[in-house]
Design a protein around this ligand. Structure first.
Ligand code: GAR
Length: 187
């Protein structure tokens, strides 16, 4: 059984999708051993509800060091599912090739510092892009710079608002994230 640690900061709908896909077998031979949050958020309740051990880790100077201590060495995959803290390069080195993130745009466009959540959708609309989407990628010390594993596209319509675009992107996230996780864990 492969062990996944999920890191969250928000409502945790992607976490829920992973929980559901493990249950349905779409993600095979895996369990979420732990959910870690960097702030009080609804995702923690989802973990509680699914009986997954969870912990809140206060943000601050030694945040990544705390994470390193809490996450067991034998963890197979660390999944950033709407996680907004920046990890130290010591941390990304230690778990190199074992950390993945979902980003709500088609990287390498609309990535980097400050590009998260609604900021991304606002920027995509402002740039009058014809399409957006989501990217699952490996996490390295550079923000949103690691190798892309899987992407899914959605059309941007003229009358899209940041909210309607976010909803479309979320829907494509729910498709590609479990696929990427299963691919990494089970080939
Ligand atoms: C998702 O859209 C994810 O791509 C984004 O936060 C949302 C979390 O939703 N992540 C980032 O912006 C990271 N840079 P969720 O909490 O409902 O899964």
């Amino acid at each position: 059984m492969k062990k996944i640690v999920v890191l969250i900061s928000g409502s945790g709908t992607n976490l829920q999708r992973i929980i559901d896909c493990i249950e349905s077998g779409e993600i095979a031979n895996a369990k979420i051993s732990m959910v870690l949050a960097d702030r009080n958020c609804y995702g923690v309740e989802r973990a509680e509800h699914a009986n997954i051990p969870n912990q809140l880790i206060k943000r601050g100077k030694s945040f990544s060091e705390h994470l390193e201590k809490i996450i067991p060495e034998n963890t197979d995959l660390i999944v950033l599912a709407g996680f907004l803290s920046i990890l130290s390069s010591d941390f990304t080195e230690k778990f190199k090739g074992k950390i993945i993130n979902i980003h709500p745009a088609l990287l390498p466009k609309f990535g980097g510092f400050g590009m998260w959540g609604m900021n991304v959708h606002n920027a995509v609309l402002e740039a009058k892009e014809e399409e957006s989407g989501a990217s699952v990628h490996f996490v390295t010390s550079g923000i949103d710079e690691g190798e892309i594993i899987l992407q899914g596209k959605v059309p941007v319509d003229e009358n899209d608002t940041p909210e309607t675009l976010a909803a479309k992107v979320h829907a494509i996230e729910y498709e590609i994230f479990p696929k990427a996780i299963n691919k990494i864990l089970n080939g």
